[in-house]
Design a protein around this ligand. Structure first.
Ligand code: FEO
Length: 399
């Protein structure tokens, strides 16, 4: 019986043979609100080649898609562009089923595959001939792991970019131009903020080096979400914009609260921002999570964090978020800390210290109210929002 999992042709000699994960919502802590895909690709040349595999649990789907165009045992090479388990989880099973002549990976990829699965991969240091076409490789360490690399198939002009240019976006369409632009922009920027942002300097180096490679680009094929077959300049420009992290004329107010005191300060600050004419978003950590926070941080030039004190510490939900955001290294932010406490009052101080560690500019000292903010304290919070939004406007205008 014919499988319903079919391969989809993406160029003359390349097929998409990945899997669609409609259900995943927690991707190592990232809320994948639209699910995701694990893209794998099959090149049919004299040497039949599989680029990456899929997450464990999706092996059968990938193999059925491959089988819809070729007997999997005809695959000669497997290329591991990225060894994180969402792309290598099915690799061991694939090797057992396919018995490829060789598995190729970067230097760090070979080490990672050995550590995870005991797989012996051959390190690629030069282009590999597949017959009519060649695969060349660009190491992209830390985009997203030390093992990451991009492969380029010159015959069809396909760039297999692994995590880079990806989106966590499950769907029944293969191409980015088949999705609403707003959805794509949101998912690309969210993906960048939460997966790539910490390595923005490396992204800029990669983007600067691409023209010198003279790639006859026809398709950008990331390992997650839709593929690009046109408007490559817009894709690269979006990544350059994300990586440059220039201040944007938006504000985010992120707060946790126990008895609404910190929430009152958050609302007062946000109203000050609004009064200054700057778009502001309030995120309550009781009903939100860290990847939404990081997306808002990345897209805002002004970010305020507020939390109560609990047992002489900043409220745990805020500690979680600050740890996460700090690791992703947002730059060029105006920050503000606030909170309410009953007695000891470490919360707002700890937030201010973390913002200092992250090199957020804090022109106004933190506000901390006791039990419940007074009218005067709420006015101070409003004025802080108004003043900092004004400063943001000047900063954006100067950029
Ligand atoms: Fe899609 Fe870094 O793995």
């Amino acid at each position: 019986m014919k499988s319903f999992y079919n391969a989809e042709k993406i160029s003359e000699n390349v097929w998409w043979v990945g899997a669609v994960d409609w259900s995943v919502r927690n991707f190592h802590g990232y809320l994948t609100e639209r699910g995701t895909t694990y893209n794998a690709f099959l090149i049919i040349d004299e040497k039949v080649t599989l680029i990456d595999t899929v997450k464990a649990g999706f092996f059968a789907e990938m193999m059925e898609r491959i089988s819809s165009v070729i007997d999997p045992e005809k695959i000669d090479y497997i290329i591991s562009n990225h060894a994180e388990p969402d792309h290598s989880g099915a690799l061991q099973q694939a090797i057992e089923a396919i018995k490829p002549e060789k598995v190729f990976a970067s230097v760090m990829g070979a080490k990672t595959l050995k550590a995870y699965y005991g797989i012996d991969a051959e390190v690629v240091t030069a282009p590999v001939s597949l017959g009519a076409g060649n695969l060349s490789f660009v190491e992209t360490r830390m985009l997203h792991w030390p093992d990451s690399m991009i492969s380029f198939y010159d015959r069809d002009g396909v760039m297999f970019s692994q995590d880079a240019f990806g989106q966590h976006l499950a769907g029944s369409k293969l191409w980015a131009d088949e999705y609403p632009g707003e959805t794509l922009e949101y998912e690309m920027s969210k993906y960048y903020a939460n997966i790539i942002n910490a390595q923005s300097a490396k992204v800029l180096s990669l983007l600067d080096s691409l023209p010198s490679l003279n790639l006859p680009l026809q398709v950008i094929a990331p390992d997650h979400g839709p593929l690009f077959r046109r408007n490559f300049g817009e894709v690269f420009s979006a990544y350059r914009r994300y990586a440059e992290q220039k201040p944007q004329l938006r504000a985010a107010v992120i707060f946790a609260t126990m008895w609404h005191a910190t929430e009152d300060l958050a609302r007062a600050f946000a109203d000050g921002v609004r009064a200054a004419g700057v778009e502001v978003k309030i995120i309550d950590l009781a009903v939100s999570e860290r990847s939404a926070v990081m997306t808002a941080v990345a897209n805002s030039g002004l970010v305020a964090f507020g939390a109560p004190t609990m047992n002489n510490q900043v409220f745990p939900a805020m500690a979680d978020v600050l740890t996460y955001v700090k690791g992703l290294k947002p730059q060029n932010k105006i920050g503000f800390a606030f909170g309410s406490c009953g007695w000891s009052g470490e919360g707002a101080k700890q937030i201010a210290a973390e913002l200092e560690n992250m090199k957020f500019e804090q022109p106004i000292a933190f506000i901390q109210s006791k039990y419940k903010p007074t009218g005067e304290e709420l006015l101070k919070a409003f004025e802080a929002g108004y003043t900092l939004a004004g400063q943001l406007k000047e900063t954006v205008a100067a950029n």
